[in-house]
Design a protein around this ligand. Structure first.
Ligand SMILES: *[C@@H]1O[C@H](CO)[C@@H](O)[C@H](O)[C@H]1NC(C)=O
Ligand SMILES: *[C@@H]1O[C@H](CO)[C@@H](O)[C@H](O)[C@H]1NC(C)=O
Length: 276
């Protein structure tokens, strides 16, 4: 016999778990939003399906009118790597436009309102000539040699493992006691240069220590366990002489079995090559 009050509380719990809960953010919804962004970038237009209220657009940590930034003119896209984070309800994309008249490499995040499927926020790190070690053609040729296929379900790392591996790399720059879980080999693309080629660079992602104290702050994460992909937007201190407290930067990782396989860094400079 079920009492009225226990029936009522069970029913309310049911609504909370299913009916009234926020709409599910699915890979389909995110994939559609990512494609809309890519189509917009290729056409030099905002993506279709932007939220009409409360839409925010941020490029290199600066809030802009979307029509004034990278989407104001068409770009020819040579390569995109697109990942989906259903927890954050966002897509993240690496876009290489090496053959564009003005070459770019960017890392874009598109956040979606799951209930309406509308894009509600876009944030990007956009690099071009003069940014740290920038060379879009070099980035493209190194990137094309990498393998970023989907990882079988049983071999996927948890979000926690992926995040910890990615954080350890950034932590190690300022703390020599941190030993990131580098794969062997591990290769890094930094701007347009790559550690993947030749024994001289050792096929390693190990970084030298920066002057102490050194801490990478304002880390913003996107994670796609299906592709072992993590991206950290952050403010990279020291490197840009005009912004010693931190300049917009992103590190995109491929992690397999808990080990870091690839890292792609894009870092924005105030002056040519950050004044170095
Ligand atoms: C827009 O943002 C404001 C402030 O956060 C909030 O009060 C309002 O409900 C939002 N509107 C919509 C349509 O989401
Ligand atoms: C993005 O990459 C996917 C997979 O390689 C490709 O099918 C698609 O055409 C690319 N989109 C654009 C706009 O270049």
């Amino acid at each position: 016999m079920v009492s009225a009050s226990s029936f009522l509380s069970a029913t309310l719990a049911g609504f909370a778990a299913h009916g009234v809960a926020a709409a599910d953010c699915t890979r389909d919804i995110l994939s559609t939003a990512a494609s809309a962004y890519l189509a917009g970038a290729a056409a030099g237009k905002p993506p279709v399906n932007l939220a009409t209220t409360n839409f925010t657009y941020i490029e290199n940590d600066v809030a802009l009118d979307i029509s004034k930034g990278i989407l104001s003119a068409p770009i020819s896209i040579d390569l995109n790597r697109t990942f989906l984070d259903t927890d954050a309800c966002g897509a993240f994309m690496e876009i290489n436009a090496a053959s564009n008249k003005k070459p770019y490499v960017l890392l874009v995040r598109v956040f979606v309102d799951a209930a309406s499927s509308q894009i509600k926020d876009i944030e990007s790190v956009v690099t071009k000539d003069g940014d740290w070690a920038f060379n879009a053609a070099g980035h493209l040729s190194a990137d094309k040699q990498e393998t970023w296929t989907a990882i079988p379900d049983a071999k996927q790392d948890t979000r926690a493992v992926l995040k910890a591996a990615a954080d350890a790399y950034l932590d190690s720059w300022g703390d020599g006691t941190v030993s990131p879980p580098f794969g062997n080999p591990c290769s890094r693309i930094e701007g347009g240069s790559s550690t993947a080629h030749g024994a001289a660079s050792g096929n390693t992602c190990k970084m030298p220590q920066f002057p102490q104290p050194f801490k990478i702050t304002n880390r913003r994460y996107m994670i796609d366990p299906v592709f072992g992909a993590v991206d950290i937007f952050n403010n990279f201190p020291f490197i840009d002489k005009a912004k010693p407290d931190g300049t917009p930067s992103t590190n995109l990782y491929r992690i397999e079995g808990g080990k870091i396989r690839y890292i792609h860094e894009l870092t924005v400079c105030t002056n040519k090559n950050c004044g170095r």
